[in-house]
Design a protein around this ligand. Structure first.
Ligand code: CDP
Length: 215
């Protein structure tokens, strides 16, 4: 599929809905760069935890966001319940979000991109040509995250995984700044009963229609 130059594709949705899997595959298919914006918040949370400071400390979290390096994003300890919750806590701090905004906008503006997160279609790229909002039931998202964790050899308890997803969703959706929201012009795909392939094809069909691309 040949896209108009500079096409930005925003992929938003709640925790563990399969945004990353979809966004990565769309980027490969469409020849666009991909940015997992959750990693930025995860890396900031990690840097604050490393200093032994509460991730809700706005002054420290902002300083760490401004000091972020590419190496921080490549760390192997950005996932797991502590890192998940620290990410969500620093992500609720307006100064942290402001510090990360320019980087995300420059990344997308350079040559178009697929970005996944919570506020890509509402705040980072409200003018994006294509917006997708990916959801699934809490039980299904917890099941997928549980399989992902155990697949990586991380011990996990299914009930605890589900409770943590609920907590993080509530925190992300109820914060005053850039809460998780479906943009009015976003196409919602409920993936509860869809596998990764079906989700990918549903997204691709929408993109074709939206951009009126035939081939
Ligand atoms: O992979 P998962 O859906 O569990 O989370 P993620 O996309 O890596 O995001 C981790 C956390 O970063 C979220 O719980 C949000 O609090 C925050 N986040 C955000 O606020 N805005 C974004 N654009 C991306 C992530």
């Amino acid at each position: 599929m040949r896209l108009p130059a500079g096409t930005v594709i925003a992929v938003d949705g709640p925790a563990a809905a399969g945004k990353g899997t979809l966004a990565r595959r769309l980027a490969a298919e469409l020849g666009l760069p991909y940015l997992d914006t959750g990693l930025l918040y995860r890396a900031v949370g990690r840097r604050v935890l490393d200093r032994g400071i509460d991730p809700q400390d706005a002054r420290v979290a902002e300083a760490e966001a401004r000091a972020l390096t590419p190496e921080d994003l490549a760390r192997s300890d950005l996932r797991g319940s502590l890192a998940d919750m620290a990410a969500s806590k620093v992500a609720a701090i307006p100064a942290v979000r402001a510090a990360l905004l320019d980087f995300q906008r420059r990344f997308g503006a350079a040559q178009g991109a697929v970005l996944d997160g919570r506020d890509i279609g509402t705040v980072v790229f409200p003018e994006a040509r294509v917006k997708l909002f990916i959801t699934a039931s809490v039980a299904e998202r917890a099941r997928r995250r549980f399989l992902e964790l155990t697949g990586r050899g991380v011990a996990a308890d299914p009930a605890q995984v589900e409770a943590e997803i609920r907590d993080r969703d509530a925190q992300d959706a109820n914060r005053p700044v850039a809460p998780t929201r479906r943009a009015p012009d976003a196409f919602e795909i409920d993936t509860t009963a869809l596998n990764a392939d079906e989700t990918f094809h549903a997204a691709l069909a929408f993109i074709r229609k939206k951009l009126r691309v035939i081939a």
